[in-house]
Write a protein that binds this ligand. Structure first.
Ligand code: FAD
Ligand code: SIN
Length: 536
């Protein structure tokens, strides 16, 4: 049986939920999400949302900071649109029930205003936040709003396997998205969902790397699905490593927000010496690519397993009030951030490239939109400015909703065949899935990390090609499980990252290759674009 809707939304982070709310007045919406509805990168966002809301700030300054971080690869028209539309989208989010942190305006009448944080690369305080749990508050507010919309249905524990397109079904003409095959994780059954508009909002791919700030959902499923469906994927070499992930044997992926450095936190070597003045005039608040490389270089130089982030000079009550989640979590690992520096290491954090779209989220496939971390609009260029991703997701989801509802597509009645699965289900072979999973993540960390070389990239390319072949054989023989689907997706995305990195013969922003240590002016403004070869 095919389930039919007017809009299919894949993913329930900020991009998917915002789009669903915007299109709900125009038809029936299904949100398909692979775990519980709040589980997403959005839910873990700490620092906040960058937007121009203060008199000391301007659109021009936010645009300039974004372009500077992006190292010559941002699309300026896209940057301007997103920056300028930010404040209106923030106002709507507040209207919907989002509670940002406020502060008292100095003066006699006790007035309050939005509290603005600062992060690396920003020339002004402009980050709206909910203490250090901004993402959790966004998910709460959006999901509460969705709960009151009768025509939005959320399908939890539903894993989107592959997009269904007219080309895949052998139709001539322009490629049109028709729906998606979805694994219901509890029953193991694969269902067909169909709609004239499919909105891809599946987030990023941090789990492609061994160490990441991302939760387990971030396996690059959307990029892999879109690539398999034949649309262009751009700039996948630009993987952002966050400089400060908590280093502790028992801590899994816990971020120490850049806002800690925004409030005065100083990076020091493991024996307590500040080092960022050697690397950039903004010291600990330099753009992320520079800070992550500086830490990597200090760790390699000293052989230490971590560096330190020290904010102990700030009053304890301020730290506990401003960073309650970081304070509490570190304390559970025996670290009191008010009294001692925090051991930190860089970890994979954000995918700057993705499915190539315009600023309205349109892809090369008719009816398929992509927004949020899964997409590459040109906002981030070669390095994302901190806290610009939540902003991008809000603005582009809104624009995509307008585009999709103002230009409805004519109905296309094509019979969609049911999913065909392999038959074998041999539990002994499950070890292959976990072994390959570990191998990909480790080799990406070792060979395709913060500092790259041609030799390491080539080595990674060959190993991933072998793994892909093995996974492909396995895939068609066996009944699909979410583990196998995620393995196939991380292998595809790893392959795309390596292929993109090999295509760019220069160092720019987050892509740093020792064989070409400088940017090449020939490559300024050039995206690395990959499309799946069409088999004839
Ligand atoms: P996500 O929020 O990741 O949502 C993706 C959704 O898709 C999830 O619901 C997931 O379950 C679902 N999904 C994935 N694959 C499938 C599939 N195959 N089938 C069905 N469902 C699927 N950015 C900022 O701007 N400011 C910050 O302060 C900030 N802090 C961050 C802190 C952390 C720890 C992390 C990890 C990221 C942070 N970021 C921050 C980045 C930002 O949170 C993300 O880029 C943004 O939330 C992405 O939103 P999204 O809606 O595109 O995807
Ligand atoms: C952080 O709080 O440091 C994360 C901000 C971001 O990734 O934009």
């Amino acid at each position: 049986m095919t389930r039919r809707f007017d809009f299919l939304v894949l993913g329930s982070g900020i991009a998917g939920l915002s789009f669903a709310l915007n299109v709900a007045p125009h038809g029936r919406v299904a949100i398909i999400t692979k775990k519980n509805r709040a589980e997403s990168n959005t839910n873990y966002a700490q620092g906040g949302i960058a937007a121009v809301t203060s008199k000391e700030d301007s659109f021009e300054l936010h645009v300039r900071d974004t372009l500077e971080a992006g190292a010559g690869l941002c699309k300026e028209d896209v940057v301007r649109t997103i920056v300028q539309e930010g404040p209106a989208r923030i106002a709507e989010l507040i209207e919907l029930g989002m509670r940002f942190s406020e502060r008292e305006v100095p003066g006699p009448n006790g007035a309050r205003e939005l509290d603005l944080g600062k992060e690396g690369g920003h020339s002004r305080r402009r980050i709206l936040h909910a203490k250090d749990v901004t993402g959790r508050e966004i998910e709460r507010a959006l999901l509460a709003a969705i709960a009151s919309r009768a025509n939005i249905e959320i399908f939890e524990d539903h894993f989107a396997i592959d997009l269904i397109t007219s080309h895949k079904l052998g139709q001539e003409g322009s490629n049109r998205c028709l729906g998606v095959y979805v694994l219901e994780r509890k029953s193991g059954l694969v269902e067909t969902f169909a709609a004239p508009v499919v909105f891809l909002a599946t987030g990023g791919c941090g789990k492609v790397y061994l160490y990441t700030t991302n939760p387990d959902i971030a396996t690059g499923d959307g990029v892999a699905m879109a690539y398999r469906a034949g649309t262009a994927v751009a700039n996948m070499e630009f993987i952002q490593f966050h400089p400060t992930c908590l280093y502790h044997p028992k801590a899994k992926s816990f971020l120490i927000s850049e806002a800690v450095r925004g409030e005065g936190g100083v990076l020091k070597t493991s024996d307590g010496v500040p080092f960022m003045d050697k690397y950039h005039s903004l010291k600990s608040l330099a753009p992320r690519d520079i800070v992550a490389r500086a830490i990597d270089s200090e760790m390699k130089r000293s052989g230490a397993d971590y560096v330190l982030l020290d904010i102990t000079h700030k009053p304890a009550p301020f730290l506990i009030e401003r960073f309650p989640n970081i304070y509490r979590t570190c304390l559970t690992f025996g670290i009191d951030i008010t009294k001692e520096p925090i051991p930190v290491v860089p970890a994979a954090h954000y995918q700057c490239g993705g499915v190539m779209t315009d600023v309205d989220g349109s892809t090369e496939i008719t009816g398929l939109y992509a927004v949020g971390e899964v997409a590459c609009t040109g906002l981030h260029g070669a390095n994302r400015l901190a806290s610009n991703s939540l902003l991008e997701a809000l603005v582009c989801a809104h624009r995509a909703a307008i585009r999709a509802t103002e230009t409805p597509l004519p109905p296309l009645r094509i019979e969609i065949p049911p999913w065909q699965s392999g038959k074998a289900n041999n539990a002994d072979e499950l070890v292959v899935v976990s072994h390959n999973w570990d191998e990909i993540r480790r080799l990406m960390w070792d060979y395709v990390g913060i500092v790259r070389t041609n030799k390491r990239l080539e080595r990674a390319r060959k190993r991933i090609a072998n793994l892909l072949e093995e996974i492909q054989e396995y895939y068609w023989d066996f009944i699909v499980t979410s583990d196998l689907l995620e393995l196939r997706n991380i292998a595809t995305v790893a392959d795309l990252i390596v292929a993109s990195a090999l295509q760019r013969p220069e160092s720019r922003g987050l892509h740093y290759n020792l064989d070409y240590p400088q940017p090449d002016p020939e490559w300024a403004n050039r995206d690395t674009i990959l499309r799946k070869p069409i088999r004839t």
